[in-house]
Design a protein around this ligand. Sequence first.
Ligand code: ZN
Length: 398
Amino acid sequence: MWHRISCSLFLLQTINQAFAGNISSGGGEFLGDTQNPWFLEATRNEPLSKPIRYCLEKGPDFIVQDRTLVTLVRSAIDWWDLQASSAVLPENLIQVGTQILKFFVKLQTDRFSLDLRCEDATDLKFQFDFTTQKQKDELQKIKIDLSRYVGVTIREDYTPQLRGKGYIYISPDRGPNAMRSPNIVPEIWSVDEKNGHQILLAILKHELGHVHGIPHTQTGLMDAKIPERLTSNLTWDADLYTAMRSPVFFPGPANVESCNRDKEPLPFKYFNIPESHKCVGIYIDLSGAKVWQRLTETGSDQEFLAKVSFNQGYLRRQRNLIHLALPSTRDVYRDVPEFTSRLKGPSITEIQLNFKVNVHGVERAVSIQNEPNWFQISGALDGQMIPDLFPSKSGWRQ
Ligand SMILES: [Zn+2]
């Protein structure tokens, strides 16, 4: 259905959190607190976080049925909740007087509660081809034409409890507010129905990522160009599939295994696993990687064949994707001293391991790459690169 080969083209940018008085300039950006997550779990000495009230509102030209939209929005909410559960939470160690205190920034990704009608008190509004007059006036003031975007996330309010409020707007594919782009698939939301509305879901996930304080990344779901590329009639590449389907955003420990020698002979052959053994796999965690074999499919008789650790010079990089900028007027994180302006939030652990192991008398090279939306274990045999040592797990990348 989709064509391969990547494209580079003029694309409309998805913007986020345009309000709140941030100043953008050509070179660097002064973002202040505008990229802060909207919803935080209470950590220490702070009032308890509340349920997040959300609602949906739809204009006349948004073709997708209400109940489908409710389901998609909920899926996007639940997807981020699952992602956040696997994110590594850095400790912010800060000296306060003579003590070193630990502070955490934990996203609140659960306790979303659906309001049947959008109200003033609703925290997050999902607006499909719908804006209020007040929003229209505000958008005009900051010169934002919504029809230039597939999706936009706008923060309208930010409280001293560091809680945001605002809306995610998704453009219709027809009518006076239809998104305008020369490459857009005509009537995309009807076409996307054939695809189970997976494109719309991916765009909702992208925008909700901004609500959770996630900035743009180079690849994958949070790539700035993803919403426009997903709805364009230009060719598709692996990155788009990844953005749409990847089950993993915050990479973390992983276990990849195969227990079917007939169907998937490659890893058995590669590591020279004797016929007596049913399974072979690689376990990766924050300390390194282990190649293992097992006699039975479900048994606990796992036997490690080779171990490699990160302190042997391999790469394990913790990237702090989410930051919490601390405004001076705030009611939370009051113990954090003035000179600390930012705390680190959930981080991404990128793993890159290239190593040689000796397994059952053969020396084998293994390369592991684990980063947002991307997971790959490859090897080399007779001078040929093997891109996926565990072919059935290559679905991770899709
Ligand atoms: Zn974006």
